[in-house]
Design a binder for this molecule. Structure first.
Ligand code: PAF
Length: 282
């Protein structure tokens, strides 16, 4: 595995492989790799000739009160994990390399951001779309892999790819779960013991809603109330949102139909957990 820190060298390496007609699988990350990332990387490894992982904590997507400087970083551990997954290139640029000056052009996301997590993080998805635009130009990937746990991010990237005509296949990868259904996240370690026991109710409540839909419920308000009641009755978590929206357009639904997402965010004492399920009604 080769570690590359400059854009020039990275682009030149990619171009050599493209000239030989090889496919490029790209997994963008902010590092501190966990099992969710490794699932994306192993899928990329199976489906492409060359696998590139980027590690870049992107300052543009952090708000002024957010944790850019304290975001966890452990490059040596990440390098060992990436090597274990047979990654070909690890792209690890500095902030100065990616943004040598205040960018004269930034991407502004107009749709799909005024709901879910985007509501409380103004500008966050502009930062994500800007860095992904740069990374797509550097990697020229055949396929790019994103976890469905960040479903709103997947929806925003889907819009970016289609509106800017990137010749990239977006590959959303299923959420990896613990045995009891809790979505895996590096943040789960911040749950108190009692909260960890309660947290699986989030996924259980989503499954209960899915069952109600299968049994014929078509009213989103009934379903959101059902989810909220289950979570509040079986945990100390404070509900941030429960939303049922069309997917990937993220528009409110009058009734359950088409392609949709049910997404939940719950605040525990030291950590806020998100989870979702996607449903296709034919
Ligand atoms: O999901 C992330 O880790 C980041 O938002 C991403 C996609 C790497 C862009 O910085």
């Amino acid at each position: 595995m080769k570690v590359i820190t400059t854009i020039n060298e990275m682009q030149n390496e990619i171009l050599k492989h493209k000239e030989l007609g090889m496919s490029i699988g790209f997994v963008p990350t902010m590092g501190f790799l966990h099992e969710g990332h490794l699932t994306l990387i192993s899928k990329a490894r199976k489906e492409n000739d060359v696998v590139v992982v980027s590690i870049f904590v992107n300052p543009l997507q952090f708000g002024p009160k957010e944790d850019f400087s304290t975001y966890p970083r452990d490059f040596d551990r990440d390098r060992a994990l990436a090597e274990g997954e047979k990654v070909d290139y690890l792209f690890y640029p500095s902030v100065e390399e990616m943004y040598p000056r205040e960018p004269s052009v930034k991407v502004m996301v107009q749709e799909r951001t005024d709901v879910l997590c985007g509501k409380s993080r103004p500008g966050h998805f502009d930062g994500v779309a800007t860095v992904i635009t740069k990374l797509f130009h550097i990697m020229m990937p055949t396929r790019a892999y994103f976890g469905k746990k960040d479903a709103q991010q997947v929806a925003v990237i889907d819009g970016l790819i289609s509106d800017f005509n990137f010749p990239v296949h977006l590959i959303p990868v299923d959420i990896v779960r613990e045995k009891d259904g809790l979505a895996k996240s590096s943040r789960n370690v911040n749950l108190l013991a009692e909260e960890r026991e309660q947290a699986p109710i989030i996924y259980k409540s989503l499954q209960t809603a899915k069952k109600a839909i299968d049994d014929g419920e078509i009213n989103p308000a009934v379903l959101t109330t059902m989810i909220k009641e289950l979570i509040t009755s079986e945990s100390n978590g404070e509900i941030d949102y429960v939303e049922i929206l069309s997917y990937p357009f993220l528009k409110p639904l009058e009734k359950i139909e088409g392609s949709l997402i049910i997404a939940v965010a719950v605040k525990f004492s030291k950590v806020r957990l998100i989870d979702n399920i996607m449903i296709q009604i034919d």
